[in-house]
Write a protein that binds this ligand. Structure first.
Ligand code: PLP
Length: 396
């Protein structure tokens, strides 16, 4: 990493200068197939003509006024989100972690405003990731992200992923809410079964808790529904944090709530200088309109089935290296045998001009633009096949 930047990342020695659909072009002229899309962000691919046009047009009119003044694009987009989902109210943010902060604050404030100020604790799950602000790292509970940043914040109770008894035992008179990713992203691309989401909904109803979904990574059409929890039909949340894909590459996020959960977030309780600014809203509206078409979402389902099927064949061909193909829709994980490292697979894939990511639990992550076609899938499988073939075991 060049000196003036904090060394919080260690990117490969590549400089991308242009993006086009599913491809990224490097300074030296090389082209890469992008199967990570800015970590599940560029759902419409790079430089989508409608998104480019919307941003250009807005950039010549008005960039920013702050939330001191009404932003018409916010009302337009919030109406669309609410029309098509469980939600009645929306707060716009710049990022996923801010959407999560808003969700956590909203849940605690709901209990407070309803005469239960003692209910402030939030139940979370192992393997969760909710972002990098203080509230979010404490909700995520990953010791690696907490170490060295002072005492852990009070009020989060982490339960083992999948341990139903521990979950029930964790609910106390002080519990305000449960926060969960319907498909865990960073934690290893693990989908929560629909029946478990419905179980969470019932548990929350029984005890007067709010159910918060973090759909920052799995939302915005990535699983083939606009929001991942829609696969579980009745398991609707009270609050949902979204970001990543909703801006298609322009930084934006949102916290969506029901009327009951959100009505107490009034003047003075929360705010943001940039959240929902006119540029973000211009892009966010176009992205939503493009994603929110039955044919588009059906395409995600179909092409993800094709990808999953071919990954299954790849798993058979490299059985000692790939243990499992997991995830949902176009959020896909390849769980590798412990002798092989996910990051090394991503590096080998790069040698074959395929970009992919890594997640927890030694999982290699694929999150391509949602517009990929069968040729892109074939190209990716071909590169992955070569990368897996070249992947050497770690020596103990
Ligand atoms: C990426 C992510 C976040 C944090 O989003 P940022 O935009 O990086 O702040 C939160 N939750 C989940 C599930 C994520 O994948």
């Amino acid at each position: 990493m060049p000196k003036p930047l904090m060394e919080t990342y260690s990117p490969p020695d590549l400089d991308f200068v242009r993006g086009e659909g599913v491809y990224l072009h490097e300074k030296g002229g090389d082209t890469y197939l992008d199967f990570i899309s800015g970590i599940a962000v560029n759902g419409l691919g790079h430089a989508h003509p409608k998104a480019v046009a919307a941003l250009k047009e807005q950039s010549e009119k008005l960039w920013h006024t702050s939330n001191m003044f009404r932003v018409p694009g916010q009302i337009e987009l919030a109406e669309k989100y609410c029309r098509d989902s469980f939600a009645d109210r929306v707060f716009f943010t710049n990022s996923g972690t801010e959407a999560v902060e808003c969700a956590l604050k909203t849940a605690r404030h709901y209990q407070f405003a309803n005469g239960r100020p003692d209910r402030y604790r939030i139940i979370t799950f192992t393997g969760a990731f909710h972002g990098r602000t203080y509230g979010a790292i404490n909700a995520g509970g990953n010791p690696k992200y907490l170490e060295g940043f002072g005492p852990a914040m009070e009020g989060f109770d982490q339960v083992e992923f999948g341990d139903h008894d521990a979950l029930k035992a964790a609910v106390t008179e002080e519990t305000a809410a449960i926060i969960v990713e319907p498909v865990q992203g960073e934690g290893g691309v693990r989908a929560i079964p629909d029946v478990c989401l419905r179980g969470l909904r019932e548990l929350c109803d029984q005890h007067g808790l709010l159910l918060i979904y973090d759909e920052v990574q799995c939302g915005a059409g990535r699983t083939g529904k606009m929001w991942a929890h829609e696969w579980a039909e009745t398991a609707r949340p009270d609050i949902m944090a979204v970001a990543k894909g909703v801006g298609g590459g322009f930084p934006m996020g949102a916290c969506l709530t029901t009327d009951a959960a959100g009505e107490h977030m009034v003047v003075g309780t929360h705010g943001s200088t940039f959240g929902g600014n006119p540029l973000a809203m211009a892009v966010g509206n176009v992205v939503y309109d493009e994603l929110n078409q039955p044919e588009f979402l059906q395409h995600v389902v179909d092409i993800s089935n094709t990808l999953r099927q071919q990954l299954g064949q790849l798993q058979d061909a490299h059985a000692g290296k790939v243990e499992e193909v997991r995830g949902r829709g176009l959020l896909v994980g390849l769980k590798l045998n412990a002798a092989y490292l996910n990051k090394k697979l991503a590096a080998k894939a790069r040698d074959h001009h395929l970009l992919m990511g890594a997640a927890g639990d030694n999982v290699a992550r694929l999150a391509p633009p949602l517009i990929i076609n069968e040729d892109h899938v074939r190209e990716a499988i071909d590169a992955l096949d070569k990368a897996l073939g070249a992947l050497e075991p770690e020596t103990a």
